[in-house]
Design a protein around this ligand. Sequence first.
Ligand SMILES: Cc1ncc(COP(=O)(O)O)c(C=O)c1O
Length: 388
Amino acid sequence: MAFSERIDRLKSSLIREILAAAQRPEVMSFAGGLPAEPMLPKVDWAQMPTSMGQYGMSEGEPMLRELIAAQARELGIQCEGSQVLIVSGSQQTLDLASKLFIDPGTEVLVEAPTYLAALQAFQLFGAHCLEVPQEADGPELGVLRQRLEQHKPAFAYLIPTFQNPSAVRYSEAKREAVAALLDEFGVTLIEDEPYRELVFDQGSATPIVSRLRSASWIYTGTVSKTLLPGLRVGYLIASPDLFPYLLRLKQSADLHTNRIGQWQALQWLGSQRYNEHLAELRDFYRLRRDAMQAALVEYFSDLATWETPQGGLFFWLALRQPLDTRTLLKPALEQDVVFMPGEPFFSEPDRHPGYLRLNFSHVAPERLGEGLRRLAGVIRDALAVEAA
Ligand SMILES: Cc1ncc(COP(=O)(O)O)c(C=O)c1O
C-alpha cells in the first residue's frame, strides 16, 4: 500500500497498548493519567438547547471563548476572546501546531523528559527534537541557552506546571529566565497546562507566555483533568500573528469542536459548583498522593529516588541502578501490576533508561501498598538477574 511518507514515522502509543492489556479488574494500574472514576462529576444534559446539535463556529462557542480569555487574563495573560480557539482536547493543539510549524527535519525544543503524545505528534511530522534536561525547578538554563545559540528551533514546547511525566513545577526564577531567553532568540513558545488546577500545596506559577515581550506564543489548556476527559474540550490561546493559521488548520481538521461538550463545559467553568468540585478534587488527590508517598518510602527507598509532587497526577522515579524499565512491563503484568516505563518520554528512549512514571490517582489507597510491593519485587528480581 502506498501511504504518505510520514506514516513510516507513525509510532504506536505504548500507553494505549498497556492500558488495553490492563483492562482486567484485578490489575492495579499506575500507568494512565486518568482522573479517578469516583471524582467524575454527575452532569445534567436536560437543559441543553436543541440548537447545540447544529453546526457551530470553527472558533468555538463565543461565550466559552470569552470566559476562557477572562480567566487567562486573571492569570496575567494579556488576551482577548478573539485569540481563543476551542479545540478537541489540548491534544489537538499539538496536532495543529505540528501542522503549522513542522516539516521533515524541523528542529523543535522539548524538555527531557516530556509528554509522550507530544513527541509522537511532533515526530509524525518529522521533527528533530532538541532535548533540554529537566531539573527539580525547571529546565537546565545553560543547556537551554546553548541549544538556542546553536540551533533555530521552530518552537519550544514546555509544560511548566506539574509536568507530565516529571511533576516538576518551574520556579519563578526559571519562568522569568526561560521567557527572557525565548524573547532574546525569537523562539515561539507552546505552553501546555493541563494540570494547573490540580495543585496540592501552595506556590505561585504565573504562565510563561504572560512574561514574553516579543516572542510568539500558544497557551493551551483543557477540562480533561478537572471535569470530564470524555467531553474532549480544550482550548488554545495564541498570539495574534499565529491565530489565523491555527483557525484555518482547525477548519480543515474537523470544522469545529463538538458543541455538546462545549455547552457542558460552559455550565461548569467559573461557577461556584466548579470551584467546589476543584476543592474536593484537590483534597481527594492530595490524600492519594500522600498514600503513595508513604508506600514508596516503605518499598522503594533503597531502589529509587523521587521528589514529592506538589500537583498533577504522577510520581517520577529514578532507579538508583538504571535498567531498561520497558523490560519490567511483562513481569509486572504477570503480578497484576502495570506502570509506565520512563524511556518513551524521551525523544531518544534508549539513552535514558531507569525511570518510571507512577500515577497516584487511580488505584485505591487500600490496594496501593500491595501494588507497589509487587512492583518493587519485580524490579529487585530484574536487578538480581542483571547482577548474576
Ligand atoms: C501534558 C499533556 N498535554 C496534553 C494532554 C492531552 O489532554 P486532552 O485530554 O486535553 O487532549 C495531556 C493528557 O494527558 C497531557 O498530559
